[in-house]
Design a protein around this ligand. Structure first.
Ligand code: ADP
Length: 576
């Protein structure tokens, strides 16, 4: 096929005339202002105001996720018309809700030349119930939108939000993202969905299938098998509405911090916190930081830290704040090596007092040498009142982690930390492995992972999320895409190889690595009806779960128009 004029990217096996024809058809559905015929404009805007679609921070130049264009519908009817046209032309679509997904590929698609189905104009908050503490939202609703709506109504609810509030409630939930309130495991809080399949059929899940039932956002199960899980990190459908449970505002609230002095105490720290979370004494999850991350939090108040923490990144060829230096710094400042931030939420001050006493008791009983736990902020409502999150006078050094559900963007300034203060144009990657809360494998992994980061001359920011039964141990690295992309990719691949060797997987990954992570989930299963009785080796090739997902893909999206390659699921060979 001839190269497209003007260097335009086209969907695989499309020529420019067919592409223009299909985009003309899309323009009759959504209006020409809502169709982009290249990737250069129309996006909501990245952290630096980038308006183009794609992976705004490519790791190296070996993979290219540039879309050929975008379509921005406003309604479910428009999405349905788009899906019909896409089926007719076999046009590959890639759905985003707000397209923020930073560190995992942003608004890029696995297959170069896919058209982005950008749902940010579908931004209705369909319902919020104060009494039952839920919301039903469309894809374009951001965490800011939901919070502002709740504030405007004066509802006593604390909606959960992640570290940055500009993303989509629905998109983040589908990626199994998390926030920091007691309802912060978003996928666990989801209740009811409306989904359009690749065929254009629209389905409501759970109680949503019972016409007129008020139970849709209240009872997850419905009747018979649940299918909601099929649409997580998925290319089996386009989710057009989602119900999610919210945290009722507490009457008493405290921000708390647990620190332990040495690197090898991660195991006991994680075990103790996870136990308190399983007991529901701590209701949100704990976010654990290493000394580098702890130092970043203090940079504005302690400018003397800047040369020590950010200075090494200015070295020619890129350097890093070494673990030895950051360990010494933590000791000098009395921070502890690991700092865990969590909160207590209670229906009365007396309950909070009781839970705080239990936190103390359990930590003392764990016998972690040098452990220090304290309340850094507390608020109690007047009798028979509940707290309004927007009115809490939380000191600025504790506002970065939104444990009381107020969305912000201050964490985006993290990107400015490589190459000196106020550096621009940086990106970040997240390596996001999962561990058991016994902490043993996690401690061993971290000791290796931070050494690998240091060998690759990158600062590493530990962002570990401790839940009752698992830890999402995110290692975050800020890099300069223009001259550090290849080196950061090398580091990411060393981390991946190491994880594969130890039977560890990520919970979510970048577009570049979806096939590879899917490849880890290859439990062989047993032979089904009609399969030849195979030996262990044959069965070893079967990849039972992958096979089922591919079969479902063939049924729910027979022309393979949705999200080819998402989470390593394909119906047809890669169209490159
Ligand atoms: P956010 O803006 O919250 O970061 P995105 O809109 O970037 O979220 O979505 C992240 C990923 O989730 C997308 O790349 C896509 O794979 C999936 N996704 C987003 N919205 C939908 C949707 N409405 N239906 C199905 N999958 C979606």
């Amino acid at each position: 096929m001839a190269a497209p004029p003007n260097g335009r990217v086209l969907p695989p096996s499309f020529d420019i005339n067919t592409f223009d024809k299909v985009m003309d058809a899309m323009a009759t559905i959504v209006g020409s202002d809502n169709v982009s015929r290249d990737s250069f404009h129309g996006n909501l805007g990245g952290p630096g105001g980038e308006l183009f679609y794609g992976d705004i921070w490519p790791m190296g130049d070996t993979t290219d996720h540039t879309p050929s264009g975008a379509i921005r519908p406003k309604s479910v009817d428009e999405v349905q018309e788009i899906v019909k046209v896409a089926n007719r032309y076999k046009l590959p679509l890639w759905t985003v809700s707000r397209g923020k997904n930073l560190g995992y590929g942003a608004s890029g698609a696995v297959v170069r030349g896919s058209v982005i189905l950008d749902l940010h104009r579908m931004n209705k908050i369909i319902e919020v119930s104060e009494e039952h503490a839920y919301a039903i939202v469309e894809p374009g609703v951001s965490f800011f939108d939901l919070y502002n709506y709740i504030q405007a109504k004066g509802y006593r609810l604390w909606p959960s939000c992640p570290a940055l509030g500009w993303g989509s409630v629905l998109g983040n939930t589908l990626e199994r993202g998390f926030g920091y309130t007691p309802n912060g495991e978003h996928a666990e809080q989801q209740c009811g969905m409306e989904v359009m399949l690749g065929t254009g059929e629209v389905v409501r899940t759970g109680m949503g299938a019972l016409p007129g039932s008020p139970m849709w956002p209240l009872f997850k199960g419905g009747y018979g098998p649940s299918i909601d899980g099929l649409f997580y990190q998925s290319n089996l459908g386009i989710v057009t509405k989602l119900g999610i449970h919210l945290t009722p505002a507490p009457a008493s609230f405290a921000l708390c911090e647990l620190s332990v002095p040495s690197q090898d105490q991660l195991i006991s720290m994680v075990r103790t916190l996870a136990h308190l979370e399983r007991e529901n004494v701590i209701q949100n999850h704990t976010s654990i930081s290493n000394p580098f991350r702890r130092a970043l939090a203090d940079l504005t108040t302690c400018p003397d830290l800047v040369p020590r923490v950010l200075g090494p990144g200015l070295q020619s060829g890129g350097g890093c704040a070494t673990n030895a230096d950051m360990t010494a710094l933590a000791k000098e400042r009395g921070w502890g090596y690991w700092t865990g931030d969590f909160a207590l939420y209670a229906a009365s001050p007396a309950i909070l007092d009781a839970n705080w006493a239990l936190v103390h008791e359990r930590i003392a009983a764990a016998g972690i040498s040098g452990a220090c736990v304290k309340i850094t902020f507390r608020a109690d409502a007047a009798p028979n009142e509940r707290l309004n999150a927007s009115k809490l006078a939380v000191p600025s050094e504790y506002t970065a982690i939104p444990q009381y559900g107020v969305p912000g963007t201050q964490n985006a300034s993290l990107m400015e930390t490589r190459g000196g203060p106020n550096a621009k144009g940086n990106g970040h990657i997240c390596f996001s492995p999962l561990f058991s809360t016994d902490g043993i494998e996690m401690q061993a992994w971290w000791d290796r992972a931070q050494q690998m980061a240091e060998d690759a001359r990158f600062d590493v920011f530990a962002d570990f999320h401790v839940y009752g039964r698992y830890v999402l141990a995110i290692a975050l690295v800020v890099y300069r895409p223009h001259d550090e992309g290849e080196r950061v990719k090398g580091l990411f691949e060393r981390w991946l190889e190491d994880a594969e060797k130890h039977g560890v997987s990520e919970y979510r990954t970048h577009l570049d690595y979806m096939d590879r992570v899917r490849g880890q989930f290859n439990w062989p299963g047993g032979s089904g009806v009609g399969a030849e009785a195979g030996g262990g080796q044959e069965r070893g090739k079967q990849d039972a779960l992958g096979q089922v997902l591919r079969r479902l893909k063939g049924v729910l999206d027979p022309e393979g128009i949705l999200g080819q390659g998402k989470s390593g699921i394909w119906t047809v060979p890669a169209r490159t």
